[in-house]
Structures are given as structure tokens and as C-alpha cells.
Design a protein. Structure first.
Lengths: 228, 213
């Protein structure tokens, strides 16, 4: 069974003991509005995931934990890279909304995701309840087939877990998962992003009244003028 | 009656909560504001190095925190999407020091460690003063209050953070950025601005000292 990929480890070598599968973002499909799924829409090809701030994001280390009753410091290591993790989540989301293009050719759009932040941290002071804080932030850039930038937005989620008087290490994974989920929710709730995916006209549906149809076309200009 | 008195005392002791205004305009201490605009950006910057102002707005003393909060407002006037590069942002001190920006979570955690969340201590101390039964109650009250303090302060910091860093044409961003270092006189705030379309960057700066008349 696919299972998440976070280990609170005292060394990076511990990551080898976990299953190499991205963190699943459950219930995404269940929250998609029915209207998304009722029409054929333009599709987007996920071109690349770029790690915008280098260094830390290029490794599998995604945060820090305080393990056990002594709160020993430990790095949180993902069994897959941040790039793989983000790609998997975005592909799932686009596919679930039925707008994922399998390849660049023929797709209406190409998407680039710049990962600004992808981290989770367990917070302890010794005198107050422990909690986990996750921060996920992407710049999402979408270009049309002509290469024109038609969407550029930063989406960000900062999630703070509930406080716990016992060890909060177990909260790290669900907190990061929720932050990932919230970024996707934010993206698909964005009006300008949704506007990219207006339903395509069906074969039986006349295009009269659409913006494209109202524009004078070469074909229209060749027609003889209407008699006055 | 005694139990009720203990409860009231413990509650009173536990009520030294974190409470700050949502807007910097509500701060009584006068703060210097610096403005600049050109064809790329319009920006307004207010360093909050003053202890009273920082305490009032963010619940922290910048000297204890080891970081200086700065309120920044930016508007993209370029007509195209722009990215302010977070890692490039520096606060330049009169001494020549260049203070890098730190993440809001780091600032919050530092704030907690520097005394922002005092309620739990107040609760436990009240309990100690009231005897063994009060210790548990004071701890309980202090703890539950600290919990709410923690969430409130945490949410407050997230709400007041500077965002977004990517600005669509005409877009605005505002909020607080913390800079690593001690409060001092500052000369400028500098950061890289990246044009999304061309992926080219250039430095943008705003002076933080009044020009001589």
C-alpha cells in the first residue's frame, strides 16, 4: 500500500528504510465541484517543477522534529524528493479535475511550478504544548500554446497543528499534508485560474455569443456584405 | 468559596494574554515611514525597531528577539507580473551591516522563546502561591491559556506576514518582514525584483533615512 514518506530520522541514511512513495493527498477528488467534471475543458501539461530557493529544497530534508520525551533534534526526511512530492500532488489534482494533458503537444497550456517553501517543523519550548508548523508555497505560472504568460500567482499555505502536551512528532506528517492540500485548494478556487479552463464548446453547440465568435474573422470578412 | 477564589485568582493571573492591534496605524508610538515610487514599484517602509512599538504590535522586544520587524507595502506598477525575491531582501544598517530576512515562523518561534507567551508562567505562579491545590489549577488555567495565547500569537504572526511575493500587474503586497540582527539606524532596504516574463532581475532599494533639507 502506498504510504507516506516522512521519517523523523537522526541521520539522512534513515530515509532508506521507508517506502519511496510521495505523500498522498487524500479526499481531493471528493471535494471537486461537480461542474468541473461535467464538461470537456482545455488541458494543461505540467512542464516542470522548479525549486526556487535551491539548497534545502533540493535535498529530501523537509524540516525538523523534536523526538521523544527528551525532544531530541532530528531532521525530517522524505523518501522522495520535494520535486517528486510536488509533482505527484499537482498531477493528482490536475488529473482529478480532468484537465491534465499527458504531453505538451496538443495541450492548451503549459504549467511551471516554482517551489518557494516546502517544510514542516515541530515546535517545542519545554514549557508549553508542542505543535507542528508546515509551510508550503509555490509560484504557479501558466503559458498558453503561443507561449504567452496567462496566469502567475503565488499560492501559499501555513498550517499550525493543534497543540499537544505529549510528543507532537506524529503531527508533522498530517500538518504538512494539510498544507499541501490547502495550496491546491487555493489554486483551484482562484477565479483567474478557473477561467483558463472554461468548458470547450461541444460539436453540437453553436459558438454564437462567445467572445471568439464575436470577433471579426478572415472568413467572415470574405463574405459579401449584407444588403442594406 | 475558597475554590471559587482560587479559580478567580488563577484566571486573573492567567489573563496576561498576547493581544495586539491588527494595524500598525493603531500604535501610539510615532514611527518613521519611508516612501519611494518609480515605473516598477511603489513602496512604503516602516521599521519597527522601537521597543514599545514592537511590543505593542507584535508582542516582542526586537533587542531580545535579535531581529528587527519592518512593515513593508508594495504595489506593482510595471504592467507585468513581478517577483520580489525573498532571499535577496536585506536591511542595510548605518554601521554597514546587512541584515537578511528571516522566515515568519522563525520569528514567531524566537518570539515565544523571548517571552512573548507569558501566560503559562503567570498561571503556574498563581497556583504556587495558592498552595498544592492551586498548583494544579494554576497550571491547568495557565496551560489552557497558554494554548490560546499560542494559537492567537501564531495566527497573528501569519496574518501580519508580508505576502504575496509574486505580484501580478497592479497587484499589492503588504506585511511584516523580520530581519536578523540588532536594532540600529538603517540606511536602506534592498531586494531583487524579477520580471516573470523575461526572468531578468534587478535590484530595487528604498532609502530609510531622511534626506537632508
Amino acid at each position: 500500500m502506498k504510504r507516506l514518506a516522512l521519517l523523523a530520522a537522526l541521520s539522512l541514511s534513515s530515509c532508506a528504510s521507508g517506502p519511496a512513495a510521495p505523500l498522498e493527498i487524500p479526499l481531493l477528488e471528493a471535494t471537486i465541484e461537480a461542474s468541473w467534471l461535467q464538461a470537456e475543458r482545455p488541458r494543461v501539461f505540467l512542464h516542470s517543477i522548479v525549486l526556487d530557493s535551491g539548497g534545502e529544497l533540493e535535498s529530501r530534508t523537509v524540516g525538523s522534529a523534536a523526538v521523544g520525551s527528551l525532544n531530541n533534534y532530528a531532521t525530517i526526511v522524505s523518501t522522495v524528493t520535494v520535486e517528486e512530492q510536488v509533482r505527484d500532488a499537482m498531477v493528482r489534482a490536475l488529473r482529478a479535475h480532468r484537465v491534465l494533458a499527458p504531453e505538451a503537444e496538443g495541450s492548451a497550456y503549459a504549467m511551471v511550478v516554482l517551489v518557494n517553501q516546502f517544510s514542516v517543523r515541530e515546535f517545542v519550548t519545554g514549557g508549553s504544548p508542542e505543535h507542528s508548523r508546515a509551510s508550503v508555497a509555490y509560484d504557479v505560472l501558466v503559458r498558453d500554446a503561443a507561449g504567452t504568460l496567462c496566469f502567475a500567482r503565488e499560492i501559499e499555505a501555513r498550517v499550525v497543528s493543534e497543540s499537544s502536551w505529549s510528543d507532537a512528532t506524529s503531527l508533522n506528517e498530517p500538518t504538512l499534508r494539510q498544507a499541501m492540500r490547502e495550496t491546491l485548494d487555493t489554486l483551484f478556487a482562484d477565479a483567474s485560474f478557473r477561467a483558463l479552463f472554461e468548458p470547450l464548446p461541444t460539436a453540437a453547440e453553436p459558438v454564437v455569443g462567445t467572445e471568439a465568435a464575436s470577433q471579426p474573422s478572415d472568413a467572415a470578412s470574405e463574405e459579401p456584405p449584407l444588403p442594406l | 468559596m475558597r475554590a471559587l477564589a482560587i479559580l478567580l485568582l488563577a484566571l486573573a493571573a492567567g489573563c496576561s494574554t498576547y493581544k495586539t492591534p491588527a494595524s500598525l496605524d493603531a500604535i501610539e508610538q510615532p514611527l518613521a515611514r519611508f516612501d519611494r515610487e518609480d515605473e516598477t514599484l511603489r513602496a512604503s517602509v516602516v521599521p519597527i525597531a522601537d521597543k514599545k512599538a514592537a511590543k505593542a504590535f507584535l508582542g516582542v522586544d526586537p533587542a531580545k528577539l535579535g531581529a528587527v520587524p519592518v512593515m513593508i507595502e508594495v504595489e506593482n506598477r510595471s504592467g507585468a507580473p513581478l517577483k520580489l525575491v525573498p532571499g535577496s531582501m536585506r536591511l542595510h544598517g548605518a554601521s554597514g551591516a546587512q541584515l537578511p530576512a528571516i522566515d515568519i515562523d522563525d520569528a514567531y518561534i524566537r518570539g515565544q522563546k523571548s517571552g512573548m507567551g507569558d501566560a503559562i508562567a503567570a498561571g503556574i505562579i498563581s497556583g504556587l502561591l495558592l498552595g498544592p491545590s492551586g498548583v494544579a489549577l494554576g497550571t491547568l488555567v495557565g496551560a489552557s491559556h497558554a494554548d490560546s495565547v499560542d494559537r492567537t500569537a501564531s495566527a497573528d504572526y501569519v496574518a501580519k506576514r508580508f505576502h504575496p511575493w509574486l505580484l501580478p500587474a497592479g497587484g499589492k503586497a503588504s506585511g511584516v518582514v523580520f530581519f536578523e540582527g540588532a536594532p540600529q539606524a538603517f540606511t536602506s532596504l534592498r531586494f531583487q525584483v524579477r520580471e516573470i516574463e523575461s526572468n531578468s532581475s534587478h535590484e530595487w532599494s528604498i532609502a530609510l533615512e531622511k534626506a537632508a533639507p
